[in-house]
Each structure stands twice: as C-alpha cells, then as structure tokens.
Design a binder for this molecule. Structure first.
Ligand code: ARG
Length: 456
C-alpha cells in the first residue's frame, strides 16, 4: 500500500500533538489486541459478524500482534493512540471489514479493559519481584536467629533483639504489600467491555462472554461506572507507594548500619560505589537510591488521585493522564525491588561490632525491672529502682545477649525458638502468595493464548 490511510476524522484536530497518548498507551498494545479478539468472537456469536468476518478480523489482529512483537508495526504518531493505530492498521490488512471491529464498542470501554488486563500482568510481575525480595529476607533471617543486636526506639538503644528478628520485621511489611497487590488484582477482576462510550449498546452484545474469554470473574454491573472506574490503578499506585516506603525504610537502616558509627554491616562493593574525590569512601548508594525513589512513587499516587478528584461521570479525557504515573511507579518498583533483593542477599553483618553493641548494659535495664516485677514488686517501683542504679553495672560480668534474648520468648518476640516459629509462618505465607501469583500468571497467559491460537 503506497498511500497512507488518512487518519479517521475524530483524530484530525489542530492540537493533535496535545491530545496524543501514544507514548503512554503503546504498552497496552497486546492487551488491546487480545481484548479485540475476544470482542470480535463475541460479535460473531451474537450474529453481528459472519464467521468469515470473524476469521478475517481475528487473523488481522494476530498478524498485528506479530508485527508489534517483531518490531515491524508501522506506528503512526498522527494517530492519537494505540487503539486507533491498531484499527487503522487492521483495515489496511483486512480491508473495509476492519471497520467492523469497533461495532458496539468505544475507546472508553476499550481503554478501561486494556488497563485491567495490563494491571493483571503488572501485579503478576511486580508481585514476583516482591516475593523474591521476601524470600531473600527469609534466607538471611534463617541464618541470623542467634545473632544479637540492639533494637531501637527513637533510634536509641532500647532492648536486645537478633538480626533474624530484625530482618523478619522487614519481611512482614513486604508480605503485606504482596497481599495488598493480590487483593488489588482481585478487585480489578471485572471486565468493563460492553459499557461502550457510557451507556452500553442497542445491539445484542454479551459482555459476560467477553469477560469469561479474557479470564475475568465477572462483567461490569454499571456502564457509567465501568468506563470511569480507575480504582484499580489508584490502588495499584498506593500499593506500590507503600512498598516503596517500606523499601526506603530498609534502605535507610542499611545506610545507617553501614556507617562507621554503627558498623553493623561491612562496607563491601555490593553496597554501591566509591567517591570520585575521597579515596577512602565506599558509599551505600544502592540503599540510598532505594530510600530516595519512594518519593516519586508517592508523587505518582498523588498525581492520579488529583486527576480523579471531582471528575463528573462518566468518561472524561482527564482519565488519559492515568497512564504516565502508573508506568513510572511500576518501573520504579521493579528497579527498586530488583536492586534490593541482591543487596539483602549480599549484606555482610559484622559479628564483632554487633556483639559489642549488644553488650551495652543499658539494653538490659527493662529485663532487670521485669525480674523484680516477677518477684512481686510493682513494675512502676521496679522501673524507678533500676533507673537509679543505671550505670553502676559491674564491668567484670558483662551481659550475655543471647541468654537475655532467649528469655524474650513471649509470642512474636525475638527469642530464637520463637523466631523459628515466626519463620515457619512466614514461609507458609510466602508459599501461599506464590500460589496466588501462579494463578494470576495463568490468567496473564490467556492474553498470549488469544493472540497465538490458530484461526478459529
Ligand atoms: N487515549 C484515551 C485514554 O487514554 C482513550 C479513550 C479516548 N476516548 C475518547 N473519547 N477520546 O483515555
């Protein structure tokens, strides 16, 4: 074909460049194509397309999928968005019947569908990264159940814990992040296709059939809600921002622990790079960047919520602004989690410095008060009594941190035997999440199946 197909009239505007979303919606292409295959099949079964038309449209859509994967798809900037690029190319490939793909459909329900399929794949992928980081924390924790360290409140030495207990505290934060992501995917498991521009269609379409073909648990209940609901993306951005905040807190502790002041973690090359000026420097750059990146993820969440605030029903073009923050936060999450897991795996704890710090007698002041409380002294009195004698400990009999930590065997505490149980629970939770991720990955595969199946 030598002549370029002219852009459809609805995209030929003076401010085309301003309206364009192609840069941010190209990542939706495969989901867009799979959604169109399911839609076309449904139109066929509803008698709105002949079997020959279905075969030709589905063949064209699959050919486009191959062109995009192979890098030969003729992307056109003058065509506003991914949906129009696909439809124009489809018509070039299969002729005027290409114009039937958009029967009983609007870009409004189409983009909402694409985003839900995209979200499913995003959760599967970033969820797997979270699971890998969680697994790295478990491995390190298992090896450090009997390595005492000071625990802190207000960043002041408080009570004795172990490195294993500390690592598991970070594990549980990420475990909840993974749980939240999976819940977000579950709530997003509703197909909006068939809602049309805002009020469905006069044609006898079957949204439930499309939903089932794409692996959704249900089709939408309300067409106005279906085209305007961006809750899944807002939830995703919150989940990612909170995971980023959790990562930043771990990053901060690694930065602190790798300082000469703490010295709990060796300053190995795995932490980062050197200084261009100061020959002695080895900086914890990886942990610092992990700490810093959470800022933009919070910004991405705020950006989307601000866009959504006050929007009238149903579709508004403002919604096009939903994609950039989602892509940014996802890339950031993938980078952060991908950097943090190997960093955790490579941390070298300095047993000597940790032991020294864990022998600080002040860490055991609460234990002394609790010994008195166990003997019947009201705790308030015991507290005051120990406070008076602080600093008078006999340097000849330093505290035994491991023995002290073993006494902290109340549920959820740092005693090695208790942490062993915690570790078992953690492994069970992580395995359950991995199962949920595999089920999700099977749903993600449905998109590929729709694009790869032979002509039906
Ligand atoms: N690019 C648009 C978006 O991302 C697709 C839907 C456009 N709908 C419309 N009526 N212009 O939201």
């Amino acid at each position: 074909m030598s002549e370029r197909t002219p852009a459809p009239s609805y995209v030929r505007t003076p401010s085309a460049a301003f309206l364009r979303s192609l840069a941010v919606d190209r990542p939706l292409a495969r989901y867009d194509l799979a959604g169109s295959v399911a839609h076309v099949e449904m139109l066929g079964s509803a008698g709105l397309l002949s079997a020959a038309e279905v075969a030709s449209l589905v063949g064209g859509l699959r050919q486009i999928a191959r062109e995009i994967a192979g890098g030969t798809f003729p992307w056109r900037d003058d065509l506003e968005d991914v949906h129009t690029n696909v439809e124009v190319r489809l018509t070039e490939l299969v002729g005027p019947v290409g114009g039937k793909v958009h029967t009983a459909r609007s870009r409004n329900d189409q983009v909402a569908l694409d985003e839900r399929l995209f979200l499913r794949a995003a959760v599967a992928s970033v969820g797997a990264s979270l699971a890998d980081l969680s697994a790295a924390l478990l491995v390190r924790a298992a090896g450090a159940l009997e390595v005492p360290m000071p625990g802190y409140t207000h960043l002041q030495r408080a009570q004795p814990i172990t490195v294993g207990h500390w690592l598991l505290a970070h594990f549980w934060r990420f475990e909840r992040d993974l749980d939240r992501l999976l819940a977000t995917a579950r709530r997003a498991d509703v197909s909006p296709l068939g809602a049309g521009a805002l009020a469905g269609s006069t044609l006898p379409i079957d949204p439930a059939r499309v939903a089932a073909r794409l692996g959704f648990s249900a089709a939408f209940e309300n067409s106005l809600d279906a085209v305007s609901d961006r809750d899944p993306l807002a939830e995703l951005l919150f989940d990612l921002a909170l995971a980023g905040v959790h990562a930043s807190a771990l990053g901060e502790e690694i930065v602190l622990f790798a300082s000469k002041e703490f010295g709990f973690v060796a300053r190995t090359p795995a932490l980062g790079s050197g200084s261009s000026q100061m020959p002695q420097k080895r900086n914890p750059d990886v942990a610092e960047l992990v700490r810093g990146k959470a800022g933009r993820q919070i910004g991405d969440l705020v950006a989307l919520l601000s866009t959504l605030k006050g929007l009238p029903l149903a579709y508004d073009r403002d919604l096009q602004e939903d994609k950039a923050p989602v892509l940014d936060s996802l890339t950031t999450a993938t980078d952060v989690l991908g950097a943090l897991a190997p960093l955790v795996a490579a941390l070298e704890f300095d047993g000597v410095r940790l032991a020294e710090a864990a022998q600080d007698p002040e860490l055991y002041a609460t234990d002394a008060a609790e010994r008195r409380a166990a003997a019947g002294v009201p705790f308030r009195e015991a507290h005051a009594e120990v406070a008076r004698t602080l600093g008078t400990t006999d340097p000849a009999s330093p505290p035994d941190p491991l023995a002290a930590v073993a006494l902290r065997s109340a549920p959820g505490g740092p005693a090695p035997a208790t942490v062993r149980q915690q570790l078992a629970h953690a492994r069970t939770r992580l395995a359950a999440h991995r199962d949920s991720l595999s089920s999700l990955a099977r749903k993600v595969e449905l998109v590929e199946d729709l694009l790869n199946e032979g002509p039906r």
